[in-house]
Ligand binder design. Structure first.
Ligand code: ATP
Ligand code: MG
Ligand code: MG
Ligand code: MG
Length: 559
């Protein structure tokens, strides 16, 4: 590619709201443009990086036995109604109606759609297991789209879904995908950690997230300095606080996110400043209602909450029920204090962690027992601190920030049961398909790589995903000898299988070098004053000394 023709609109000034370094650099270097909040165009350089990442993903997944398909982004509402997610997914799901008033969702994820495809087809144990994947745009109306590609509202995801006739088969595929993900993220050049993720009641080994380590990461990873233990802090909090229990208590019955009126009443009781952001979750336990009040900037994540509840087989308490308990029973909201009693403490903490990401929030628990005089308590969560002994008994706790670039999940039969996707087992009996799902944020991965590979002058692409292998710079674009040698080397390198960006522009050398540093191709060849002698300068973007080499050595040296 000749740079004089390349569409690469670099920017001198980046928008002031671009906080993340990857957001700034990708805009400055002309890789992308924003079209709306959280919605971007990928320009030619970024498209090439995406293609490289996608190739690695395809190669590894296909080698691991998965098959690629492509599903629609537009999905009929009826499918989401079959699993109940049309109602519970919340405002993150982008919805639309067609001219006939039929309702659709833009795919935030594809469990329903894929299950609808396979439910009539994978009807015998003989056809299982199967793992199907796609690479496609996903749509989520994120509350806070930010950090450029790291949290978009339209983003590229690789999502895979596997179907099994036994738990053992799912376990095997889960491990297969876990290993495949490790290979993929190593190949793209990320420093990453697989961590135990918050799996609600599905069990500790039911899901792992893959986190790229980076200061901008929105998750806090807790890991041991001496063992392989690593977890998302959300999960670690529950492990740490409840080391002996690995399942939610039976006392937990129902849960509800409080309405504004309740929050107001509780805030008044606790003398909280009126402008403080507060979220309240009410759990209904055998002992009565329990309220968790979360202070600070922590969103009660409805989707997580409802997934968690779904896994526990718990339904929501009705508004009327909560109203009755909180507002109609005299004394229900009495003063907090003396008689401290925490009911179903485990349930509250675990759920609060699970749904609110409450690791840094101050949490109050209020026990509301309609059958007795009001008793209440509040207590803070015990936070994991750096240096604590860990959760698995080996070594001490360390913290790191992580960007979630992927997640693997044992879904079980949640979707297949809801959608009637069954197969006949060896005894001829109909059973629900056992499922796994596996996601990679492709566009987020691109950005995460930049978060780990840059310096003050620009991006430093890892070889495996760089938009071009070699930046061939004709230092003086007006000099015929330099241009000619540039063209010759361009042809030779291309013939040898390298992708080459030839800077043939008539810009000043300083401009060309600055652009080259900004774009960040791993290898640079400067064709300058010694072109007449057939000598060029070889330099790695990562640093180190420039080296003079003869024209005939170039192909070997670049390899
Ligand atoms: P997060 O916790 O960051 O919101 P998630 O857990 O909701 O992510 P998943 O449902 O696990 O995301 O989707 C699979 C992958 O898709 C994630 O691991 C992540 O890499 C990517 N992803 C999710 N949301 C976004 C987004 N808004 N922008 C870019 N990539 C995303
Ligand atoms: Mg999310
Ligand atoms: Mg997540
Ligand atoms: Mg996830």
């Amino acid at each position: 590619m000749k740079q004089s023709k390349l569409f690469m609109p670099t920017l001198r000034e980046v928008p002031s709201d671009a906080e993340a370094i990857s957001h700034q650099l990708l805009l400055r270097a002309g890789f992308m443009r924003q079209n709306a909040a959280g919605i971007y165009s990928y320009l030619p350089l970024a498209k090439r990086v995406l293609a490289n990442i996608e190739t690695i993903i395809r190669e590894e997944l296909e080698a691991a036995g998965a098959q690629e398909l492509l599903m629609p982004a537009i999905q009929p509402a009826e499918l989401w109604e079959e699993t109940g997610r049309w109602d519970i997914y919340g405002p993150e799901l982008m919805r639309l109606t067609d001219r006939h008033d039929r309702r659709f969702a833009l795919g935030a994820t594809h469990e329903e759609l894929i299950t609808s495809i396979v439910r009539d087809e994978l009807n015998s144990y003989k056809k299982l297991p199967v793992n199907l994947f796609q690479i496609q745009m996903k749509y989520r109306d994120e509350r806070r789209p930010r950090f450029g590609l790291l949290r978009g509202r339209e983003f590229i995801m690789k999502d895979a879904y596997s179907f099994h006739s036994s738990q053992e088969s799912l376990d095997e595929e889960y491990q297969n995908m876990f290993d495949t993900y490790s290979r993929i993220f190593s190949r793209v050049g990320l420093e990453f950690r697989p961590v135990v993720a918050d799996s609600g009641a599905i069990g500790g080994s039911g899901t792992h997230e893959f986190h790229a380590l980076a200061a901008i990461g929105e998750d806090t990873i807790v890991y041991s300095d001496q063992s392989d233990y690593a977890a998302n802090l959300e999960m670690a909090e529950s492990i740490d606080a409840y080391p002996k229990q690995d399942k939610a208590p039976e006392a937990l019955e129902e849960v509800h996110t409080a309405d504004a009126k309740t929050i107001e009443a509780v805030s008044a009781h606790l003398n909280l400043p009126a402008n403080e952001s507060i979220k309240t979750v009410i759990f209904k336990t055998e002992q009565g209602l329990v309220m968790a009040l979360v202070r600070g900037d922590h969103e009660v994540n409805d989707i997580k909450l409802k997934n968690y509840l779904g896994a526990l087989d718990i339904t929501m308490a009705s508004d009327e029920e909560i109203e009755a308990a909180l507002h109609s029973t005299p004394g229900t909201l009495g003063p907090i204090g003396a008689d401290m009693k925490i009911v179903a403490d485990y349930a509250v903490r675990a759920l609060t962690n699970a749904v609110c990401g409450a690791n840094k929030a101050e949490t109050h628990y209020i026990h509301v027992d309609p059958s007795r005089d009001f008793e209440a308590d509040y207590t803070d969560l015990r936070f994991v601190e750096e240096g604590d002994a860990s959760p698995d008994g080996n070594g001490n706790v360390k913290f790191a920030r992580g960007i979630e670039v992927g997640q693997v999940f044992k879904l079980g039969t949640r979707y297949s049961e809801g959608m009637g996707a069954t197969f006949l087992d060896e005894g001829g009996k109909a059973q629900p398909l056992i499922m796994g799902c596996y996601g990679i944020g492709v566009s987020r991965t691109l950005s995460a790589v930049v978060e780990q590979h840059y310096d003050e002058r620009g991006i430093i692409w890892p070889k495996a995903i760089a938009p071009y292998d070699v930046h061939l710079i004709v230092v003086n674009g007006k000099n015929a000898e330099q241009l000619e040698l540039g063209e010759t080397l361009y042809r030779e390198l291309t013939a040898a299988g390298f992708s080459v960006l030839l800077d043939d522009r008539k810009e000043r050398a300083g401009v060309k070098f600055a652009d080259a540093d900004l774009i960040g191709l791993p290898v640079r060849l400067n064709v300058g004053k010694k072109a007449a002698e057939g000598i060029v300068e070889l330099k790695a973007r990562r640093g180190g000394d420039a080296e003079e080499i003869g024209q005939e050595q170039v192909v070997e040296a670049v390899r």
